[in-house]
Write a protein that binds this ligand. Structure first.
Ligand code: FES
Length: 281
């Protein structure tokens, strides 16, 4: 089982068997207990050959009890073998994505009070293989992300000037919203096409490509274009828009994908008018 989350940070407290680590606030300690809720958690150990099943836990909750707090309380007080990922507890690291009553959400960002009187069903993110309980396999996504060259590619003909790669506020705004992606993968769970076309690059990877293509400091669009324009690139997207609805950071991956389609179409037109002149944006 991998112990590395989507941003590359270790999450040894939350996703290791039997180790609770530095605990998130437990419901009883955090605030006045307002009630108890039945939390149904999917348990699964692929190595045993047993089928996934829902296990019920009775969890006390207060005004400030997040779903992640509830899971941590279960791990600390009822069943230390429960496996799940978390790290930042502030909707930044993107580790704690789960299906909450069938909807992909961050566990640290949603509160138990909004699911009372329950039950609250917590399952692993859809469209991913499960490694154990609520921990999903991130490796396929990591490959898709790496394929779009998700970093600044410098101009090979222009060495960096002394002060560095400067940028105006207006140039920064061209990609800023897309840079807010935390790779939580809620968009992959929400997207019906990811479920049907498993090799589809998917919302976050395409958004990362567009984010760097729109960056004035970057010169890697010619590298990314063939990846975006491939059969498994951006074309499986049917513009359902579920990715943008699910995104907890307001990134709007559906818009990024449409902009990428426009860029690819412009490249086709450019190649038609001026063949053999390369694929500029
Ligand atoms: S624990 Fe980091 S996003 Fe929830």
């Amino acid at each position: 089982m991998s112990d590395e989350n989507a941003c590359g940070a270790s999450c040894s407290g939350g996703c290791q068997d039997g180790a609770s680590g530095t605990s998130a606030q437990t419901p009883a300690a955090a605030s006045t207990v307002l009630g108890t809720i039945t939390v149904e958690v999917q348990r699964y150990r692929p190595d045993t050959g047993a089928a996934p099943y829902l296990q019920q836990f009775e969890v006390p909750w207060g005004q400030d009890t997040s779903v992640l707090d509830a899971l941590t309380w279960i791990k600390d007080n009822l069943d230390s073998s429960l496996a799940f990922r978390w790290s930042c507890q502030m909707a930044i690291c993107g580790s704690c994505g789960f299906m909450l009553n069938g909807v992909p959400r961050l566990g640290c960002e949603h509160f138990v009070r909004d699911y009372a009187p329950g039950p609250l069903r917590v399952e692993p993110l859809e469209n991913f293989a499960v490694e154990r309980d609520l921990v999903v396999d991130l490796e396929p996504f990591m490959g898709k992300l790496a394929a779009v060259t998700p970093y600044l590619v410098p101009d090979p003909d222009v060495p960096l000037a002394g002060p560095g790669n400067l940028q105006t506020p207006e140039q920064m705004l061209a990609y800023h919203d897309y840079a807010m992606c935390i790779n939580c993968l809620l968009c992959y769970s929400a997207c019906p096409q990811v479920g049907l076309a498993t090799d589809f690059l998917g919302p976050a990877a395409v958004t990362a490509a567009v984010r760097y293509n729109r960056d004035s400091r970057d010169h890697g669009d010619a590298v990314r274009l063939p990846i975006l324009d491939s059969a498994d690139g951006l074309w499986p997207c049917t513009f359902v828009g579920a990715c943008s609805t699910a995104c907890p950071k307001g990134v709007d991956p559906a818009a990024a994908i449409q902009q990428a389609k426009a860029s690819v179409a412009a490249s086709w037109a450019f190649e038609f008018v001026l063949p053999h002149h390369g694929a500029d944006r």
